[in-house]
Design a protein around this ligand. Structure first.
Ligand code: AHR
Length: 521
């Protein structure tokens, strides 16, 4: 084994020196994958492919909101290029206004004539002036333009029960009531449908530094006044744990499990594992590549262990695990405001997105929604803007490729192959998930995490009568490859030649450091 590993390291070095080509790396490993096409049971909620947009840096202002008088093409102040790109990606749900910002946001400051709205200081994110020009009407207009469902996070940390109660009434009631009439005076006759509502964000941290017992009591109180008006039924999401804080989940499930529909979970991937020096988004070596993948893979353990706690109290899986913040968090781009969390997005991030979405697909019986942080210009963004210019990141392409899994039936998979070893650390080199859509098409999404070795994969699909597989592949020259405003298409998917499937079997070559989605029919 030792000598095989040694030989591989030499091959890796040679591969890097010689610049292994995109589609054929130095050495192809073999692996096998069984897709149990006859064992589908659970639906993959399309909301697993959700997003999160906070009043942070250039996410809302510039990324989404440019104002009606902007030379950047817009519809009622919301930029058109971004809306079109998000629609192409089939964005199913959008969380807003935070994040930490949610617990200092007072919604009444964000309604009415814009020039009369009071300004505030965004104390969490750069101490900049927030002019409240993007508020409830603008956010819900954005959701309507996108055809996406809103997920609103209410203020428990610094807001009152009355404030939360009135916000829900303002948005969703069609009665002749004070808040519904205020909405009408502000130009919106019909109430909106708002299904997803979060009662606080990170209440264990920036949302109030509460203990789970204290938060559970606060949740009981606030949630009592979050009402269902005019046929709108709220899906109530309680603040869940910080990563591996299993006690938080136990307390919340015991004290308020019967009063919630969903419990949130946050997990960020820090490449170095050190919040003080997280590592660069584009200048990293294989150590940080391997480290980031390992830390992203922890999502599986978090879901399993929180899921076990939930299973003991909720064996019917009525309560959804809502992973409403996840993604890679690196150092900011040099020269940018550290409070704006602006980072580039590389092929490494695409692999992290793909393996995380595979994990969510596999756990779709418990995970009912997930929201990558954050949509534009912040953390693991799918879109970056530079004033009027806009580019799609490698992570965007993964979401667009994986949209085929939305609302499809998850098919269990079994992977066999070698690990990807770096130093003393190892992780599976292949990662997969599969589903069957309403039209009967089977989609298999595959990550080859190895940076320099391709994999020849023997795929078999017992129970399926498919004849061909069409592969779409996302890869690039290096794990650091990324799109820039001058070179926006360095990392983009390509459709490869159709592969014949005989007696439910075929062989597919997965390039090194790639994401592949196969459409089989
Ligand atoms: O996404 C950035 C921040 O990360 C959010 O505001 C907060 O909820 C989390 O700590």
């Amino acid at each position: 084994m030792g000598s095989i590993l040694h030989l591989r390291s030499i091959q890796n070095v040679l591969g890097l020196l010689l610049g292994a080509s995109l589609w054929t790396a130095v050495a192809a490993q073999t692996a096998s994958l069984v897709v149990h096409a006859d064992k589908g049971q659970h639906q993959i909620s399309r909301h697993i492919y959700g997003h999160f947009a906070e009043h942070l840096g250039r996410c809302i202002y510039e990324g989404i909101w440019v104002g009606e008088d902007s030379p950047i093409p817009n519809v009622r102040g919301i930029r058109t290029d971004v809306v079109e790109a998000l629609k192409r990606m089939k964005i199913p749900v959008l969380r807003w206004p935070g994040g930490c910002f949610a617990d200092e946001y007072h919604w009444k400051d964000g309604i009415g004539p814009r020039e009369q709205r009071p300004a505030m200081i965004n104390t969490h994110w750069g101490g900049v002036v927030e002019n409240n020009h993007f508020g409830t009407h603008e956010f819900l207009d954005l959701c309507e333009q996108l055809g996406t469902e809103p997920y609103i996070c209410g203020n428990v940390g610094s807001g009152s029960v009355q404030e939360m109660m009135e916000w829900v009434e303002y948005m969703t009631s069609d009665a002749d009531s004070p808040m519904a009439n205020l909405r009408r005076r502000n130009g919106r006759e019909q109430p909106w449908k708002v299904r997803y509502f979060g009662v606080g964000n990170e209440s264990w941290g920036c949302g109030g530094n509460m203990t789970p017992e204290y938060y559970a009591d606060q949740y009981r109180r606030y949630n009592t006044f979050v009402k269902d008006y005019s046929g709108n039924r709220i899906y109530r999401i309680a603040c869940g744990p910080n990563g591996g804080d299993y006690r938080w989940t136990e307390v919340l499930m015991d004290k308020v499990g019967h009063r919630m529909n969903g419990l949130s979970l946050h997990h960020y991937t820090i490449p170095t594992g050190d919040w003080g020096r997280k590592g660069s988004a584009t200048e990293f070596g294989e150590d940080q590549y391997h480290g980031a993948l390992r830390r992203a893979l922890q999502m599986d353990e978090l879901i399993r262990r929180h899921g076990e706690i939930m299973d003991r109290r909720d064996p019917q899986k009525r309560i959804g695990l809502i992973v409403d913040e996840w993604g890679i968090w690196t150092d900011v781009e040099p020269g940018t405001n550290p409070g704006f969390l602006y980072q580039q997005n590389s092929l490494r991030d695409a692999l992290i997105a793909a393996l995380t979405l595979n994990i969510f697909n596999q756990h779709c019986d418990r995970v009912k929604m997930a929201n990558i942080a954050q949509t534009i210009n912040v953390l693991q963004a799918v879109i970056l803007t530079d004033r009027e210019r806009m580019i799609l990141t490698p992570t965007y392409h993964v979401f667009e490729m994986y949209a085929v899994h939305q609302d499809a039936t998850m098919l269990p998979v079994e992977v066999q192959g070698e690990d990807y070893v770096f130093g003393q650390q190892r992780l599976p080199r292949l990662h997969a998930s599969a589903s069957r859509d309403a039209a009967g098409v089977i989609h298999v999404s595959l990550c080859n995490l190895h940076p320099s070795e391709a994999v020849d994969l023997d795929l078999s699909l017992p129970g399926a009568s498919v004849k061909s597989a069409v592969p779409r592949v996302l890869t690039a020259d290096t794990i650091q490859s990324h799109n820039t405003f001058d070179q926006p298409d360095v990392v983009r998917p390509r459709t490869l030649a159709t592969i014949n499937v005989n007696a439910g079997k075929c062989r597919v070559t997965l390039p090194a450091k790639s994401v592949t989605v196969l459409a089989l029919q």
